[in-house]
Structure formats: C-alpha cells, structure tokens
Design a protein around this ligand. Structure first.
Ligand code: GAL
Ligand code: CA
Length: 343
C-alpha cells in the first residue's frame, strides 16, 4: 500500500513538473526572452508612428525583450484578428493600442481567456467596467483633460496679450476646431477643455466650425481649413484650435496657400511643430510625451510577463483612482520654451 502511494506521489510530481514546464514555455520564448505582441492602431498616424513606435522598438531592444508591432490600419476587426494570432503564437504579454476605444472589452476578454497579461496604451477604454473585468490589464497613457487645459491656458494668455486677434472687436473668439477621432477620450477632452478655458476666463466664444477625423490626419486638416477659408465665414475666423499637430500641419498648409495668417495651436509637440513655432506659423503646442509613454508601456509589460507587480523597479506609479493607469504628464510648448524640446 505504502509503495502504491509513493508511486502515486512520484507520478503526481512528474505531472506537476510537466505543467510548470508548459506554463513556463507560454511565458517566454524558448531561450527565456520575453515576447511582446503589440500593434499601432494605424501606421499612418504621425504621433503613433513617428514617436511611439520607434521608441517601443528601441526600448524593447534596450530591455532585451522581443517586440512585434503590427499595423491595425484603423480597423478594429483587423486588430481583433491580430490579437488572436498573437495568442496562438503564445506571446508573453500583449501591448495594445485600441482602434475603437469602445471595443476594449473584446480584447480584454481574449487576453483573459488566454491568461496573457495585457497593457492597453494611448487609447483608454471607454466601456464602464472593462478594466475591472480582468486583474491582468493595465493602461498607459495620459490624463486626456490635461492637454486641453494646458492648450486652453496658452490660448487665453495669448488672446489677452494680443487684442488685434479679435478681428471684429466683438470681445468674442470666433474659432474653428479640428477635433480628431470622435469618441476618443483625448479628442473629446481636448475639445471640451480648451474652449472651457476661455469661458472660465470670462471670454466669450463662438464656434464657427468643428470637424472630426478618425485618423487625426494632415490631409484632413488641410482639406477642412481650405474649405473653411473659402466658406461664408472664412474671413471671420480668429483662431484655429487643432487637437493634434498632424491636423495642424495640414491647416498651416492651407493657410499658407491662401496667404492668410491666423493664431493656431496643436497638441503632441512633434519635431515639425517645433519648426513651425520657430517659423512663427504656429503659436503653441502641448508635449504629448510618447517617449515616456512607450517606456512605461514596456516596463509594465515586462513586469507583467514575469508575474511581478507591474510598476516594481520602474519610474512609474499607478494612479490612485482605481483606473489601473500610468498617466504621463503633458507640458506646454510655446515660442518661449520650444527650444528645450528640440532633440
Ligand atoms: C493622441 C495624439 C494624436 C493621435 C492619437 C491616436 O494622443 O495626440 O495625435 O496620435 O493619440 O490615438
Ligand atoms: Ca471676435
């Protein structure tokens, strides 16, 4: 009897060792390297492709991790399939830039079913309860509202300092606004907060036009600005508010083509924006710190893949508001300080 029992114990031990081995294989490539399955919602996006993607690649290398970054081409259905492929390949961890922020639940459910940790970055989940549905999902991004508040404060200060900007002298800011992706927390918060800054400062505002673009693109900025300039209200525009630099670049092109100069602001602080500020074609932007957002994404991903507390040994901390998020601060970039942001 004793012997039978000890054989049973040995068999059990062998089985659990085999299980551990299988589990261990899932967590990493055969040589122990952490493999990160990542995407960018669209490689056509200036900020995501120009700032975040190169730093994700560089920093992964620095950390000795392997990263595969795929292009979701602005299609959530494509991203869903890409995540399925990553799961089949048994990546150690997923780093996902949602196409549709309202589709977070689908991605989270896939990761949870496969028991793979998930870092969402840049586009915050908008579905209530999505983040709470899995204990191994975290978010890396910003506090969206902060960018609109900073942009708004810059615009209010400049408006007050430049009475000639009120072209018709009615004490009201006649503005046009390039919004970006409807439903994107950044686009929604920037639109709300930048305009609110004027209202809070006791300055009246009149929106002449607002256009959204899911791709935040330069082409869109160019086309809309050109159309606005030749519309019935073209000569009434006093301020151009752009929720990102990519769209701002297009608006600048259209303004130049029409030989019109107007105060114009963006968000992101791309290198080209710093040049436009130097050239006096842009009045300000807001640093969207994609380099640090990329690093935070990978630091959390690597810890999660190793089953460690996600912020352990890193420069980041999770917000205390229960959103399981690391939020990298925004900074104002003006004609006075833009040189500090040049690389
Ligand atoms: C924002 C950024 C935009 C665009 C967007 C994509 O944070 O300001 O330029 O890249 O993310 O989700
Ligand atoms: Ca006015």
């Amino acid at each position: 009897m004793k012997r039978v029992l000890s054989i049973a114990v040995v068999v059990l031990m062998i089985f659990s060792a085999m299980n551990m081995f299988a589990g261990g294989q899932k967590e990493s490539a055969k040589d122990g390297t952490i493999v990160i399955g990542a995407n960018i919602y669209s490689f056509a996006d200036n900020f995501m492709n120009g700032v975040m993607k190169p730093e994700l690649e560089r920093y992964a290398k620095e950390k000795g991790a392997k990263i595969e970054i795929v292009d979701s081409e602005g299609q959530q259905a494509k991203l869903n399939d890409q995540v399925d492929v990553f799961i089949t390949k048994k990546v150690s961890v997923l780093a996902i830039n949602l196409v549709d922020p309202a589709a977070a639940g689908t991605i989270i459910a896939k990761a949870k079913a496969a028991k793979i940790p998930l870092i969402l970055f840049n586009k915050e989940a908008t579905e209530a309860g999505a983040m709470a549905s899995y204990d191994k999902v975290w978010y890396v991004g910003t506090n969206s509202a902060e960018s609109g508040i900073i942009q708004g404060q810059m615009m209010v200060a400049d408006w007050k300092a430049n009475p000639s900007w009120d072209k018709n002298g009615d004490g009201t800011v006649q503005y046009v606004l390039l919004k970006g992706e409807p439903g994107h927390p950044d686009a929604e918060a920037r639109t709300r907060e930048s305009v609110k800054a004027f209202v809070d400062a006791g300055i009246k505002v009149e929106q002449l036009a607002l256009e959204a673009d899911p791709n935040w693109s330069t082409q869109h900025g160019n086309d809309k600005m050109a159309a606005w300039l030749t519309s019935g209200f073209g000569n009434k525009i006093e301020l151009v508010i752009c929720n990102n630099d990519g769209m701002a670049f297009g608006a600048i092109n259209a303004l130049k083509a029409a030989k019109v100069a107007l105060p114009l602001y963006g968000v992101d602080a791309l290198d080209q924006a710093l040049t436009h500020i130097a050239d006096g074609e842009m009045n300000g932007t807001v640093l969207n710190d994609g380099v640090n957002q990329s690093r935070a994404t990978l630091d959390l991903a690597i810890n999660a893949a190793q089953g460690k507390p996600v912020t352990e040994g890193t420069a980041w901390s999770l917000t205390s508001d229960g959103t399981k998020a690391v939020r990298v601060p925004y900074l104002p970039v003006t004609p006075k300080n833009y040189k500090e942001f040049r690389k």
